[in-house]
Design a binder for this molecule. Structure first.
Ligand code: GDP
Ligand code: IMO
Ligand code: MG
Length: 432
């Protein structure tokens, strides 16, 4: 059986957690391959008595909630060990079996100096800040690329760990004290912080690339779940207003050790409108009552930081771009229910940049900052669609919206979300 990737097609928070949960029963492994606890994936699981249980996952792949599925944290992830064990403990308290979790020996760890650096550099940047989550993600990936990072496997050899921490703190300590006037944690404190988790961590750590490829050899199915999204990808996103990892399908391979030739399906998660958290360009952003309406009805507040998400209309230019960059085979269009009750629903089909029409993402960053959306206005619908389970259950204008967006976005829309819970999904083509 193949490897399948789930990626975000916009600026994050498209509903990747729900989509992963939807497929969780049909896959053997779910792998987080990039990012860290900057992600916030919400999963709502309906209970037999009609109530529902809500989970917010940050560092763990959403597959941890599917019994029988093995969750994996891949080599491309950056791990805050305190957060990892807090999340695991909270799930155990709620009766979730977390014993199958596997963690890559090559994943990097986030230490105190990187959390501090993330926060102080943002303050230092002032109006040029990125609006990061402040979790130490960027500085930890920078260490990785600078070849001074600390990896999970280093934690188990105190001598090596101490050497590496001394090396990296030599430089970072100077930066923190002399530029930012902050006292960094000492070598001893840092070694102690990281060693504190060694015993609990040891049984989970392995060569996850080997485990996953062997599973594929046996005919099992591996689902790769992205954190963040295409427009936040460090190579393909709206740089520098991006995260510091590879959130696209290419990153699914480098971040897991699964080769591109084994990836058979790429599922792009795209919201029926657009949101963004943090700074950076966003052509269809709304500053009027419509933006406030989407935020309110869509409950658009960050799962990780609680920040209000910036809201705007659907942007088919970025959806097409995401389809191209990732090789999207299927889209899942989420939160269609949030658009119910609008007279007209605008969809951005192209940009006007200083009088020139752009049907594709402008390559030049300044052009993207100046992009003015060219809208097509589709007819809205008023009926409650949250109980729709087949395409035919949707009102005709909602069907037309899905078909129009599909036509513009470069891949078929195989499922449509009509509510937060797993059941609230219209499946047009079986995803696996
Ligand atoms: P992720 O980061 O991509 O996993 O997305 P988040 O969990 O941060 O944000 C998506 C939010 O939308 C969560 O609160 C989900 O429960 C919710 N959600 C997902 N799909 C749907 C849907 O089709 N309709 C509605 N109303 N909510 C949805
Ligand atoms: P999920 O997986 C939305 C944004 C931050 C900031 C930028 C860089 O839930 O979709 P970082 O802390 O990563 O260095 O911040 O990226 N960001 C996200 N926005 N959803 C996310 O994750 C995000 N993870 C990071 O707001 O603008
Ligand atoms: Mg999220």
């Amino acid at each position: 059986m193949p490897a399948i990737a789930i990626i975000g097609a916009q600026w994050g928070d498209e509903g990747k957690g729900k989509a992963t949960d939807l497929l969780g029963d049909r896959v053997d492994y779910v792998v987080k391959f990039n990012g860290g606890n900057n992600a916030g994936h919400t999963v709502v699981i309906g209970q037999p008595d009609g109530s529902s249980e809500k989970y917010a996952l940050h560092l763990l792949p959403s597959g941890i909630l599917s019994p029988g599925c093995t969750p994996v944290i891949g080599n491309g992830v950056v791990i805050d060990l305190a957060v990892l064990f807090q999340e695991l403990d909270a799930l155990v308290e709620r009766g979730i079996d977390v014993s199958r979790l596997k963690v890559s020996a090559n994943a990097h760890v986030i230490a105190d100096y990187n959390r501090t650096l993330d926060k102080v550099t943002e303050r230092f940047l002032g109006s040029r800040r990125i609006g990061t989550t402040g979790r130490g993600i960027g500085p930890t990936y920078a260490d990785k690329m600078n070849r001074v990072g600390i990896r999970i496997q280093d934690i188990f050899d105190e001598k090596i760990l101490r050497q590496k921490v001394e090396g990296v703190l030599d430089l970072k300590g100077q930066v923190l004290t002399k530029i930012y006037n902050r006292r960094p944690a000492t070598v001893d404190e840092t070694v102690e912080e990281l060693r504190a988790y060694a015993e609990r961590l040891a049984p989970m750590v392995c060569d996850t690339g080997l485990v996953l490829n062997q599973a594929l050899d046996r005919g099992e199915t591996v689902l790769l779940e992205a954190g963040q999204a295409t427009l936040l990808d460090v190579d393909h996103g709206t740089y520098p207003f991006v995260t510091s990892s590879s959130a696209t399908s290419g990153g699914a391979c480098t971040g897991s050790g699964i080769p591109p030739t084994r990836l058979e399906q790429v599922i792009g998660i795209v919201k029926a409108y657009t949101t963004r958290v943090g700074e950076g360009p966003f052509p269809t952003e709304l500053f009027d009552d419509h933006g406030e309406h989407l935020r309110k009805v869509g409950a658009e507040y960050g799962t990780t930081t609680g920040r209000p998400r910036r809201c705007g209309w659907y942007d088919a230019v970025i959806a097409r771009y995401a389809a191209r960059v990732n090789g999207v085979t299927d889209f899942v269009l989420t939160k269609l229910d949030v658009l119910t009750g609008l007279e007209k629903v605008p969809v951005c089909v192209a940009y006007d940049v200083d009088g020139v029409r752009h049907d594709e993402m402008p390559v030049n960053q300044s052009d993207f900052h100046h992009a003015v959306p060219i809208y097509e206005h589709l007819d809205g619908w008023w009926e409650d669609i949250s109980e729709a389970r087949t395409f035919a259950d949707l009102p005709v204008n909602a069907q037309r919206y899905v078909e129009a967006v599909e036509e513009m976005s470069g891949a078929r829309i195989s499922a449509v979300g009509v509510g937060p819970s797993r059941a609230a999904t219209v499946v047009r083509h079986e995803l696996i």
